[in-house]
Design a protein around this ligand. Structure first.
Ligand SMILES: [Zn+2]
Length: 65
């Protein structure tokens, strides 16, 4: 069964902060939120076969906690 859904929102909200997602960072609104999601994956020890990150040495997260 396939139901063509034409009611898809133009911009789904960012799953991290709820802001409208940006096309360049879908489904996130920014690289920051994409990083947040990535961190969650890493911290959760999820293994992604076939993926190698060798440029994760930059920190652009100001600690506002
Ligand atoms: Zn966001």
């Amino acid at each position: 069964m396939t139901t063509p859904d034409e009611t898809l929102p133009a911009a789904a909200p960012c799953p991290i902060c709820g802001k409208p997602a940006a096309a360049a960072f879908k489904p996130f609104c920014s690289k920051r939120c994409a990083d947040v999601d990535l961190q969650r994956w890493l911290s959760g020890r999820y293994a992604i076969p076939g993926r190698e990150d060798d440029a994760l040495s930059q920190e652009d997260e100001p600690s506002d906690d």
